[in-house]
Design a protein around this ligand. Structure first.
Ligand SMILES: NC(=O)c1ccc[n+]([C@@H]2O[C@H](COP(=O)([O-])OP(=O)(O)OC[C@H]3O[C@@H](n4cnc5c(N)ncnc54)[C@H](O)[C@@H]3O)[C@@H](O)[C@H]2O)c1
Ligand SMILES: O=C(O)CC[C@@H](O)C(=O)O
Length: 393
C-alpha cells in the first residue's frame, strides 16, 4: 500500500485516480512515499525519510526546497501548463479592470442605495459617468516577460484583442518558441521592453534571476501611464518600490495576485488573494496531471515533468523486477552497478540512464529480483544516492 500525504485542497477528480485498495491518501498518513500539494511551503519542515517524491499540483515550485531534495534523491514534479488558461483569463480581467472604471463605477453605484426615483437615478448616473471613463486595450502595447505556458497564451489572447505584443524571455525553450505567435516582437532586454509598453505582465518563475526584477531602477524605464499585472509571484516585484512609483505618478496601476501589507487600501492597486489558478478546470487539470505523474513514478519508476530529475520512461513494468536508482552524476557509477549484477549472475533485460545537472537516474529491468545481499551491494556502490525495487503485483 502506497501512502500519499496531501496539503491544501486537491481536486477530487485527481484524488479519485488513486486506486483505493493500493493507496492511502490523507493529510495525516504516517510514513508517506509521496507528498501532493499546492502552495503549502515545505521550506523549514522536516521531510519524512520515507518520502521519495513530491508533486506540486501547479506550475511554481518555489514552495519546495528543490535543491535540498535533489541531494537526497527526492523527485519533485509540477504540472506545466495545466493552469495556464486560468491565469491567462485573470490577466485579461486585470488589464480590463485597470483600463476601465469598472471597480470605481461599481463602488460609486453602491453608494446610491438611498435613491428611490429611477428617473432621478438615471439622470445622476449619466451626469457622473464621465468620472469612470477609461481607455481601450486595442492598439495598446503589451509587454510579456516570460513566454512559457502562460505568457504564450496571454500573447495569443492579447493579439486577438488588437494589442501590439512585445516579449522578453532569454531562457525560452524551443518548444515554447514554437507555441509563440510570430506577431510577438522579440525584445533583447528587459529595459528595451519596459520603455516601449503600456501594460506589463509577468510570467516568470520565482528564482534568483527574477527576484525583484521589477524594482526602483527598472520601474524608472516605464511610462508613467503604464500598468503592471503580476500574476507570477510576490518575489518578482519590489512592492515598496511600486507603491513609491504609484504615489509619485510614475506608474498608473498595479494589479496583483499577491497582496502585501504595503499594497492594501492603495487606490491604484487591485489585489486579489492568489486566485490565478483557482478555477474548477485548472484545479482538476493540475490534480489529474500530478496524480498520474506520481502514480507512474511510484508504480513504474518513470519520471515525467520533474523540475529536478531527467525525463525517464521505460513504460509499464510487464513482468519480472525493475530496479531504479539515483546517483551523483559522476563517471563510472553505472559501470560499477552493472558489475555487481554481472558478478551475481543477474541478467539485465533493458535499461535506461539519464542525467540532469548533478543527478543521474537509471531504470533497469531484470529477470528476477536480486537477493537482499545483492541489493545491499548495489546500494553501497559509491555515489549511489537511493535505490528502489519495483515488482509487478
Ligand atoms: N497566480 C497563480 O496562481 C499562478 C498560476 C500558475 C503559475 N504562476 C506563476 O507563473 C509562473 C510561470 O508559469 P508558466 O506556467 O508560464 O511557467 P513556464 O515554465 O511555462 O514559463 C516560464 C517562462 O519564464 C521564462 N523565464 C525564466 N527566467 C526568465 C527571466 N529571467 N526573464 C524572462 N523570462 C524568464 C522561461 O524561459 C519560461 O519560458 C510560475 O513559475 C508561477 O510562479 C502563478
Ligand atoms: O494552487 C494554486 O492555487 C496556485 C498555483 C500557482 O501558484 C502555480 O504556481 O501554479
Amino acid at each position: 500500500m502506497y501512502q500519499v500525504r496531501t496539503y491544501n485542497k486537491i481536486s477530487d477528480k485527481g484524488l479519485s485516480l488513486f486506486p483505493a485498495g493500493r493507496y492511502s491518501v490523507a493529510e495525516d498518513v504516517s510514513s508517506p512515499e509521496a507528498i501532493l500539494l499546492r502552495s503549502h511551503k515545505l521550506h523549514g519542515e522536516t521531510l519524512p525519510e520515507s518520502v521519495i517524491a513530491v508533486a506540486r499540483a501547479g506550475a511554481g515550485t518555489n514552495n519546495v526546497p528543490v535543491d535540498e531534495y535533489t541531494k537526497s534523491g527526492v523527485v519533485v514534479f509540477n504540472t506545466p501548463g495545466a493552469n495556464a488558461n486560468a491565469v491567462k483569463e485573470l490577466v485579461l480581467a486585470g488589464m480590463l479592470l485597470s483600463s476601465r472604471g469598472i471597480l470605481q463605477g461599481r463602488d460609486y453605484v453602491a453608494t446610491l442605495g438611498d435613491m428611490t426615483d429611477k428617473g432621478e437615478m438615471s439622470k445622476l448616473l449619466e451626469a457622473e459617468k464621465k468620472r469612470f471613463a477609461g481607455s481601450e486595450l486595442a492598439g495598446k502595447k503589451l509587454g510579456i516577460v516570460g513566454l512559457g505556458a502562460i505568457g504564450s497564451m496571454v500573447a495569443n489572447a492579447a493579439l486577438a484583442l488588437g494589442m501590439d505584443v512585445y516579449g522578453f524571455d532569454p531562457a525560452l525553450s524551443v518548444e515554447a518558441a514554437w507555441r509563440l505567435p510570430s506577431d510577438v516582437h522579440r525584445m533583447e532586454s528587459l529595459q528595451a521592453l519596459l520603455s516601449e509598453i503600456d501594460y506589463l505582465t509577468l510570467h516568470v518563475p520565482a528564482i534568483d534571476a527574477t527576484k525583484n526584477m521589477i524594482n526602483r531602477d527598472t520601474l524608472g524605464f516605464m511610462k508613467p501611464s503604464a500598468a503592471i499585472m503580476n500574476f507570477a509571484r510576490d518575489a518578482i516585484v519590489d512592492s515598496e518600490a511600486v507603491v513609491e512609483a504609484l504615489d509619485a505618478g510614475k506608474l498608473r496601476n498595479y494589479v496583483c495576485d499577491f497582496p502585501e501589507p504595503c499594497l492594501i487600501g492603495h487606490e491604484k492597486v487591485i489585489a486579489v488573494p492568489h486566485i490565478g489558478a483557482s478555477t474548477a478546470e485548472a484545479e482538476e487539470n493540475c490534480a489529474v496531471m500530478a496524480v498520474n505523474q506520481l502514480r507512474d513514478y511510484l508504480e513504474n519508476g518513470n519520471i515525467k515533468n520533474s523540475v529536478n530529475f531527467p525525463e525517464t520512461s521505460m513504460g509499464g513494468l510487464v513482468s519480472g523486477c525493475r530496479i531504479t536508482f539515483t546517483n551523483q552524476n559522476v563517471s563510472g557509477v553505472l559501470g560499477n552497478v552493472l558489475s555487481v549484477f554481472a558478478e551475481n549472475n543477474v541478467n539485465v533485460i533493458d535499461m535506461m540512464n539519464k542525467s540532469r545537472n548533478d543527478v543521474a537516474y537509471n531504470i533497469l529491468d531484470i529477470d528476477t529480483c536480486p537477493s537482499d545481499a545483492v541489493l545491499a551491494a548495489l546500494k553501497s556502490v559509491e555515489h549511489v544516492i537511493s535505490l528502489r525495487v519495483i515488482v509487478r503485483d
